[in-house]
Structures are given as C-alpha cells and as structure tokens.
Design a protein around this ligand. Sequence first.
Ligand code: CA
Length: 392
Amino acid sequence: MRSSSHAQHPLDFLVPGQILVLMALSACATAADGPAARCDANAISGPATSITPVASGLVNPWGLAFLPDGRMLVTEREGRMRIVSINGTTAGTISTPVSGVPAVHAAGQGGLLDVVLDPAFASNGRIYFAYSEAGPGGSGTAVARAVLDPQALSLSAVTPIYRQTPKVSGNGHYGARLAFGTDGKLYVSLGERQKFDPAQDTQQSLGKILRLNTDGSVPADNPFAGNKAYLPEIWSYGHRNPQGMTRHPVTGQLWTAEHGARGGDEINTPEAGKNYGWPVISYGVNYSGTKIGEGAVKAGMEQPRCYWDPSIAPGNLVFYTGGKLPAWSGNLFVTALKDTALMRLSVDGNRITGQQRIEVGKRVRDVRVGPDGWLYLLTDEAAGQILRVSVP
Ligand SMILES: [Ca+2]
C-alpha cells in the first residue's frame, strides 16, 4: 500500500475507534496480565501482633525444625547446625555446633539450607537436610539423611540420598526446601541455578520439585516413572527458585513459594507431572527490564495461585495450625526477604483472597508453627535471630 521507507506510525491506517479497540486488546495482552492475580490485590486487616526475639546470635540461619521436646534444630548457611532452647524466655540458649555435618559449598546463596525431621523421628531419630555441594562442573543441591542425637549434639549414619544433576557454575538458585507429604514421601524443591532453560529440560533436575522415598530412591507411583523422557524423580517442573514449600494441613496439597524475576514472585500448588512455566511464561521481567519468554500465559503451563509485583523475595511458607488464634486458622504465612515482612494470606480452597503485611524490619527466611501455637521466624542476617510472632 505504502512504501516501507516512510517512517509511518503503525496505527496511521486505523480510524480513532479502531485505535481504542486495539489499545484495549493490547492492554490485555501485556506480560503483566493473565488469569493469575497479585497476591496483594486485596488488603486485609488482622489483630495487632507482637514480634519478640527469643534467641539472638545465629549467623544467617536458614532452616528450623522443632524437636519433640520443644527445642529447635536450626541450620546456619555457612555450614553449622545448632540446637536452641528457649524455655519460655526471650534469651534462648544456642548450642555449640552439632558434629558430623558434612562439608558444604558455602558461597553466595549456597551452604547448609533446610532441615526436617522424619515423621517417625521420635522412634528413629532421623533428620533430612539440604545443602550445596561442590563437585565436577561447579556445585549443586544435595540432600542427606542422618540420625541426630540431640543430647550428644551429634549426627551419625550421615548418608547423601540425592544429588541435583548436573552440577553447574555459579552460587545462586539452589532452592532447597524439604517437606514430607501426607503420603510419607520426601518432597525436595530445586532451583534452576540461574540457568533458565534447564527448568524445562526434563533430563536435568534443575528447576524441579522432586518426590523421593526416604532413602532417596524413586517411588514406583511417581508421575513420570517409566517414562524415559523424564527423570523419574520429577514431581513437577518449570520452577525458577522455590525456597518455600509446605503442605496443606487438611488437603495434603503441596504449596510452594518461588522467587521470580523482577515482579514475578509466585505462590504455586504443584501437582503431579505439571509444568509451572519458567522461563517460558512469567509475570516478571529481567532485572534490566527486558522481557522474559513468551508472556504470562501459555496452554499446557500452569498459572501461579498469585504473584507479587513488585517482588517481595519470598522465603518459606506455612499454614497456621497453631489453634491459638482462630482468626489465623487456615491462613498461609509467607516470609519476605527483600520486603522484610511476614505476609498473612487468607485462602479459600486454592485461591488467595487477601493479604496483610506484617512488618518485621529484617529479612525473614523461615516461618514455622511452634508447639505453643505461635509462629517462629528466622531472620537472614549475619546477626540472625529467632523471633516469636504472637497476638497479645
Ligand atoms: Ca510459574
């Protein structure tokens, strides 16, 4: 029609009414739009909280597990595991390091990461922990099983049960939360090591959620068992850096929090065999502002339950089961590193219906429900603390 040598505006051939329609369509199709909603779309209010330090002097604590006697087993990212007793005080006692912890690759985001107790810990003393391990090619997330003697402060029978493949360069996006399902299987969240595409490569374990037996072997009923195109340990794939994982106390559904790119942190409910999209779909953009992948929505790829834009940098998450405060019952609490807060999300089925931001003022790495019914946080600081969140 016209020579392309003219610097013609692409909308010049449209009449004004058509331009409006086109603008509306284009607004619907931007990467920031899609069926998922922002986690903070509806602000909710709740009872005023008290946040009290109960132990101080931990160095970058990462994972916390309550022992049956009420003490806390805590990891420090540099490679130490300690037992903390609070005895109802605000100046808890921190033990010397537990012996027997293997050498870890403590660099960048890597080191000694999550720890969980075996569901039968009271009888078998077993714990499971995730860590970054150096090896040919660089480093990767690994999971080990051991027997803890809480009195002797020692680990025995330390056995690596899983190693992420392949090991790669760099010191980011290890993921590394652990959670037991109601099926007694161990779920492991693995980041994509800042390598993007491997999250979609089903022959690698970067950017995956795994489902394992407690000795590291693959359950026969895993979604891809027997399918040569997939590593059999994969539960779900297309994840970026999931550092939060828990299960719903009633339904058993797995819930995860994952760091997205700028403006794309997500809450997901990973289901067997499904693809969660990274790096093909995302609500975020590169830190430089450039686009990632193909947009926010694609057939065959799952949407998050909600996303944060701007990003909060989520750590762990947990459903409130404390029973102390009916107003929190069934709420999902998510820690925020960059946003230095605790997010209280109201949940209806699989839908996030509201968010209350509870200011902490420190980078919050982990959240757990304590045996006293209150919430306990780890702050990711060189002068790290355990904080109790209660309602007076
Ligand atoms: Ca996703």
